[in-house]
Design a protein around this ligand. Structure first.
Ligand SMILES: NC(=O)C1=CN([C@@H]2O[C@H](COP(=O)(O)OP(=O)(O)OC[C@H]3O[C@@H](n4cnc5c(N)ncnc54)[C@H](OP(=O)(O)O)[C@@H]3O)[C@@H](O)[C@H]2O)C=CC1
Ligand SMILES: O=C(O)[C@@H]1CCC=N1
Length: 270
């Protein structure tokens, strides 16, 4: 099974690292990236085959993973159009619809669109996936196996919801990191050292996420359990509500979804 990556940046590194760990054979993985640094990093880390362009790469791989920026995609896939045989194309590009991608690939229809996230780097990713109707069960299973190498997967029936997946889990780690930054800033203002602030903030987020994952109860109930009447948490939540924290997060997610749709249109979608 030959797997070709187009683009060898952050997400390709995360996926390839996970795949090699899960027993995919490095010799069967090829990467095209014009950047010599990107290629050196990948071949040094995982001993995969790296190519500066499509000329030396396998022309009809079993799986082609598209891991360039959405804005780079049309130009990047042009050399591959019409030459893919029945390769399964797995795109991780935000916003880019499968109809536009299919056109750019000369009418290729075996396409799966995915949205992973950066915790994939440590095998803790969550990926939403969606396929064109022409992709059979074996094709979906193959895409699922690639993305499961770096975390869990959720299949989405309606492609229109993929921008929503991007808004919640694709971009989501950035919101959580912002929250951690805010906790660390507050810790610094309260006189803790950076190391103390880091430990208190990160282990709180880790512990709360683990508790939410382990519990059948909704997050709102877990929150209420922390919140004693007239206590410190109530004071904090009141101040956060006055600053619109929760509404701001919801508005941010909706803005991410809207930007995904906008990118899709700019990139040639309907
Ligand atoms: N980062 C994230 O959290 C997530 C990203 N994604 C999606 O993953 C995709 C990749 O993102 P990310 O890994 O962060 O981006 P990167 O910029 O890190 O990686 C893209 C790589 O592709 C290279 N490249 C540019 N043009 C070509 C070409 N013609 N042929 C082959 N390679 C090329 C780039 O080189 P150079 O730098 O020299 O241009 C770069 O090394 C994007 O479409 C993004 O929407 C999806 C989920 C999460
Ligand atoms: O910000 C972006 O566009 C990409 C997609 C999801 C996460 N990063």
């Amino acid at each position: 099974m030959k797997i070709l990556f187009l683009g060898g940046g952050n997400m390709a590194n995360a996926l390839i690292g996970g795949m090699v760990k899960q027993g995919f054979t490095a010799a069967d993985i090829h990467v095209i990236d014009p950047g010599s640094e990107a290629r050196e990093r990948l071949s040094a880390s995982y001993a995969v085959n790296c190519h500066a362009d499509a000329k030396t790469a396998p022309s009809a791989p079993d799986i082609l993973v598209l891991a360039v920026k959405p804005q780079q995609m049309q130009e990047a896939v042009a050399p591959l159009a019409g030459k893919l045989g029945d390769a399964l194309v797995v795109s991780i590009a935000a916003g880019l619809g499968m109809a536009a991608l299919s056109r750019w690939l000369g009418g290729h229809r075996r396409i799966v669109r995915c949205m992973p996230n950066t915790p994939a780097l440590i095998g803790a990713g969550i990926t939403g996936l969606c396929a064109l109707p022409e992709v059979d069960a074996a094709g979906k299973a193959a895409a699922d196996r690639v993305l499961r190498a770096v975390g869990n997967t959720v299949w989405i029936a309606d492609e229109a919801q993929m921008d929503g997946v991007t808004a919640i889990s694709g971009s989501g780690p950035a919101y959580v990191f912002l929250f951690i930054e805010a906790l660390q800033q507050a810790a610094a203002e309260l006189g803790f050292t950076p190391e103390q602030g880091r430990q208190l903030a990160i282990e709180t987020v880790q512990g709360a996420a683990a508790l939410a994952a382990a519990s059948d109860e909704p997050a709102s109930l877990l929150r209420e359990r922390v919140t004693s009447k007239g206590g410190t948490t109530a004071a904090a939540l009141d101040a956060m509500a006055a600053h619109g924290v929760k509404d701001g997060i919801v508005a941010g997610c909706l803005a991410a979804e809207a930007r995904g749709r906008e990118l899709g249109k700019l990139l040639g979608g309907e």
